[in-house]
Design a protein around this ligand. Structure first.
Ligand SMILES: NC(=O)c1ccc[n+]([C@@H]2O[C@H](COP(=O)([O-])OP(=O)(O)OC[C@H]3O[C@@H](n4cnc5c(N)ncnc54)[C@H](OP(=O)(O)O)[C@@H]3O)[C@@H](O)[C@H]2O)c1
Length: 274
């Protein structure tokens, strides 16, 4: 029997982090090897299994990154951007272990600092851990090769009523992929919203439409509209557990059966490519 992959989690008390911890504890292929919380966190020093409402698992929430990662094969980050950047710089300085981050919302300066770390550290950045979304992104890249003069692109997303940001990080990622496939920068060709007398659609642009309501986990569709035909590529998340499941697949890919990936930047596109 091969030994389990030992994973440390940053932000184990949050919605995403706790789902990932539960998935790790439920799967014998993985072991929870460490957990990092803020110094002020009520979970500091607590056993993570017990803190999540289950049995004690022998893994205490640490406030020092070094203590939590010293026995880990890999680190999964489900915290927030400031913590992610600080952790990546520390791990790059320590020479590992590699980092998988599911965090979104980095500003340009934070993204630049993360990019710099990839010179010394393997980092997988996954704004959406869903394997279905990763395949959707690949399909969008393919379809966006259709000529921009005749195929208009419109992105539509729906989320629950508590969501604070719009468009969603995933809608932005899908639109950015389409723009890049057309040799463009999304910010140059996006039409973020429409209201009033908008005039005819400007060719080559990517339009957005956002809906909010109920408890929708996440729906995204990218429509390619020509005069006589249309293509719609869409994804619907039915349960948040897909993110934890995808995160575990990312762990398997990054640890690569003990032959760790070299320093560099990776995405879920690498994971689905196998
Ligand atoms: N990739 C995906 O598939 C996916 C899916 C869902 C969400 N996300 C993203 O994942 C991130 C977290 O989302 P969430 O909904 O889980 O948020 P959340 O519930 O607010 O959790 C954030 C976690 O980070 C911890 N944290 C914040 N600052 C920290 C620091 N300096 N040191 C240590 N821990 C710190 C928080 O601890 P405290 O509780 O002590 O503040 C909490 O455990 C967001 O960027 C979100 O957009 C990604």
């Amino acid at each position: 029997m091969t030994s389990p992959i030992r994973v440390a989690v940053l932000g184990p008390t949050g919605r995403l982090g706790s789902a990932i911890c539960r998935a790790l504890l439920d799967n014998p292929d993985f072991a929870l090897a460490g957990a990092v919380v803020r110094a002020e966190s009520s979970a500091a020093g607590e056993d993570i299994g017990a803190w999540l409402g289950g049995e004690a698992v022998g893994c205490r929430a640490e406030t020092a990154l070094e203590h939590a990662v010293h026995d880990a094969d890999i680190v999964i980050d489900a915290s927030l951007p400031g913590m992610t950047v600080a952790a990546a710089e520390r791990l790059a300085g320590l020479g590992g272990p590699a980092l998988i981050t599911g965090v979104t919302g980095f500003n340009a300066g934070q993204m630049k600092r993360l990019e710099t770390c990839t010179d010394r550290l393997a980092i997988l950045m996954a704004g959406n851990f869903s394997l279905g979304v990763a395949v959707t992104e690949a399909l969008v890249r393919e379809a966006a090769r259709l000529p921009a003069e005749t195929w208009d692109i419109e992105v539509h997303e729906t989320h629950h009523k508590r969501k604070a940001d719009a468009p969603s990080g995933t809608a932005l990622m899908l639109a950015r992929t389409a723009a890049e496939a057309r040799g463009e920068t999304l910010e140059d060709i996006a039409t973020w919203s429409r209201e009033g007398t908008t005039g005819p659609r400007r060719p080559g642009t990517i339009g957005f439409a956002v809906s909010r309501g109920g408890s929708v986990v996440g729906e995204h569709s990218v429509r390619f509209l020509a005069d006589l035909e249309e293509i719609t590529i869409s994804h619907r998340a039915l349960d948040r557990s897909i993110f934890a499941r995808g995160a575990l697949e990312a762990v398997r890919w990054m640890t690569n059966g003990g032959k760790d990936r070299p320093a560099g930047r990776y995405t879920m596109q690498d994971v689905i490519a196998g």
